[in-house]
Design a binder for this molecule. Structure first.
Ligand SMILES: Cc1cc2nc3c(=O)[nH]c(=O)nc-3n(C[C@H](O)[C@H](O)[C@H](O)COP(=O)(O)OP(=O)(O)OC[C@H]3O[C@@H](n4cnc5c(N)ncnc54)[C@H](O)[C@@H]3O)c2cc1C
Length: 311
């Protein structure tokens, strides 16, 4: 068994650290941002493979994660619930992701917004990220992961047998050949007036529109545009709230709780592989775009396989 340092404490780093420790390795997880301030904490938390490549690996990682999240939904402490919702298809059906996903059906006309001709209804995991990240940290501690706060300036500062790099958008600072670029996502948080169904209309004429109801709040989106401005834009916020209220009238009087921005770590393909850096094995697990939550368990299991290979 190896001594492993995982750099990164977002959903990808924490899930990797947890699975490595559960597999018997001695694991340290170093991160310089508290979990609630990571991109992972901004995610709407729907299990759905959005803005991520390549499809064949994504499909396999996604199915494994789906099964894990379905199990976690039986425990209220995780922040994971299963909810039904509608995915609107304006550019025609694109259903590669449904293979192996149970309980998917065609949306009826009354479930679709005006102008849309098709859509899919599915019962999928919705993950309340602040709750879930806290739960993941607790699980890590329970299996002996050492959670360390600190910034890693260069990989050769670290002394362990194997390194796992799960640093999202900031990976090029440690591994300059890794390509990850930011796609800015702004969301509005509204109090949940009792909504249970989610709604996603990614090609809505006025802009990406999604409504993801968690127990206490609803994540309303959104944007998905190149850019790295970390502060919410007031006009964008107002437009998101208006679009979501028009799409889901039950939100009309819901209190607006706030506005958040996250920068999706988009890559030409998820970079999950074993490489050698200064003679030491390094596993990268980065570039999950708009699907880091969706792929987290499948990718973590692949990390465990790669670490086993070198230890
Ligand atoms: C608005 C929005 C909505 C989204 N909705 C969904 C969704 O519904 N479903 C879904 O699956 N995905 C969704 N995503 C995508 C998801 O949030 C990301 O894919 C995921 O959070 C990436 O996780 P990560 O752990 O790689 O990165 P991050 O969460 O950014 O974590 C990176 C970690 O690395 C650490 N770090 C970086 N560099 C260093 C260093 N040098 N030293 C020490 N620590 C370092 C940071 O401190 C941090 O802990 C959404 C994203 C956005 C922005």
């Amino acid at each position: 068994m190896a001594r492993v340092t995982v750099v990164g404490g977002g959903v990808i780093g924490l899930t990797s650290a947890l699975r490595l420790a559960e597999s018997g390795h001695r694991v340290r997880c170093v991160r310089d941002t508290p979990a609630p301030a990571t991109v992972s904490a901004v995610a709407g938390g729907l299990w759905f493979p959005y803005h991520v490549q390549p499809r064949d690996r994504v499909a396999a990682w996604g199915l494994l994660s789906l099964s894990r999240f379905r199990d976690l939904a039986t425990d209220p402490g995780t922040g994971v619930v299963l909810r039904e919702g509608v995915l609107v298809e304006r550019a025609g059906p694109e259903r590669w992701w449904v293979e192996g996903v149970d309980g998917v059906r065609e949306a009826t006309a009354s479930e679709l917004p005006q102008g849309a001709t098709s859509g899919v209804v599915a019962r999928l995991p919705l993950v309340a990220m602040p709750t879930y990240l806290a739960w993941l940290e607790q699980q890590c501690l329970a299996v002996g992961v050492e959670l360390v706060t600190g910034r890693v300036g260069a990989l050769d500062e670290l002394e362990d047998d194997v390194l796992v790099v799960a640093t999202g958008l900031r990976t090029p600072g440690l591994l300059p050949d890794v390509v990850v670029t930011p796609s800015r996502g702004q969301v509005a948080l509204l109090a949940n007036p009792g909504l249970e169904r989610w709604f996603v209309d990614g090609d809505a004429p006025d802009g990406v529109t999604y409504v993801l109801p968690h127990a206490q709040w609803v994540v309303c989106g959104g944007t998905d545009v190149p850019g790295s401005e970390p502060e919410p834009d007031a006009a964008v916020h107002a437009a998101i709230v208006a679009r979501c209220r028009a799409a889901v009238p039950a939100l009309r009087d819901a209190e607006v709780l706030g506005s958040r921005v996250g920068l999706r770590p988009v890559a030409p393909a998820v970079d999950l592989r074993l490489r050698t850096v200064h003679g030491r094995p390094v596993v990268t697990n980065v570039g999950h775009g708009g699907a880091g939550v969706t792929l987290s368990w499948g990718c973590a299991d692949e990390v465990v396989g790669l670490v086993r290979h070198v230890s």
